[in-house]
Design a protein around this ligand. Sequence first.
Ligand SMILES: [Ca+2]
Length: 384
Amino acid sequence: MWSTAVILLLLPQLLPSTDTGQSGSFSQSEIVNEDLSDAPVKGQKHSGGVRGQDTCSIPCDITVKLLRDEKHSICSQLQQSLLAFGRSTRKLIRDVMEEQERALDILSSQVTELMTKVQTLSSEVQRSNAEMYSIKPVQSHGRDCSDIQDSLLSVVPKIPSGIYIVHPEDTDSSFEVFCEMDYMGGGWTVMQRRTDGVTDFKRAWADYVDGFGNLAGEHWLGLKKVSHILSQKDTRFQLHVALVSDDDVASYAAYDDFELGNETLFFPIHLGRYAGSAGDAFRGYDQDQNQDTAPFSAADVDNDGCNPSCSLGGAPVESCSARHNLTGWWFNRCGLANLNGAAEDPEQDPERRMNILWDTWRQKGVPHAIKSVTMKIRRIATNN
Ligand SMILES: [Ca+2]
């Protein structure tokens, strides 16, 4: 780089005009004429001040011509050298620039490669996070997630969220559940989760009873399993509904007592006192909207309060499930909550496959558009 800089500095002096390669500031004839006036002429004798044509061995006019020719050739040689020098300098600069461009290309391709690696790594991290939840479930450690937390907390300092096998008391069944061990003190058994609209919630009665979806992602645990957990002897459970709006506002509704009635009665819901920031949509604002104590309904099993029909928005409604796009819920007439809501035509608007309804959570009188929800249950400490 130094040599290049020096050449670049010297270049204007060496080459007054490198563009044309011509020496514009001096002409050959000028140099020759000027030089001739001062330079001693070959063959001339200056000693003793003797000057004259008689001292020339060759006629002076021929000597002058020879000299002129010699000067001419020296000048043209010099010019050629300068031109060659200019050319080689330009080539050198070109080479250096090309080399730098190549280096830049290599650097930029390395940066691209690194970026790709970073993206790959970050997607791998995301995938492994997702896989972490879908790996083989931790073997049974308790009757529900609260019980697992209680028994593990004395052994390990931190219990991870994930899929566990539970075996509720007084039942023959053991099954997998997702335990949230980080949220609000942990110990939560997730009974419903919706985050991305991947799982179809337009399901028949049997699916709502047995459960569906992916425990690590969107799912409905199933009325039977939830009922097994809730019906354990000497236990009381609270229900927590966690909502997140499209604009990332979080809200919740909590009920300090949560029970499901018998399957023969279609799992009617029983809710305790409400607390929270999203409003008590389960109860709504009047008795018609109140879903507390309502049995569960699905598209093929109608237990709602519209019997034989009710008038909603001026239109007769016979089936709340049909009105709510064939989803299952504890409908009354029909009510202000349906966390299992689905869009009528998801093909038309893939962004809004879910139509999660919690009508009491409003902003300036308008219900929040809800993008994710989880329903989770946890034991309430009892005196026993
Ligand atoms: Ca009905």
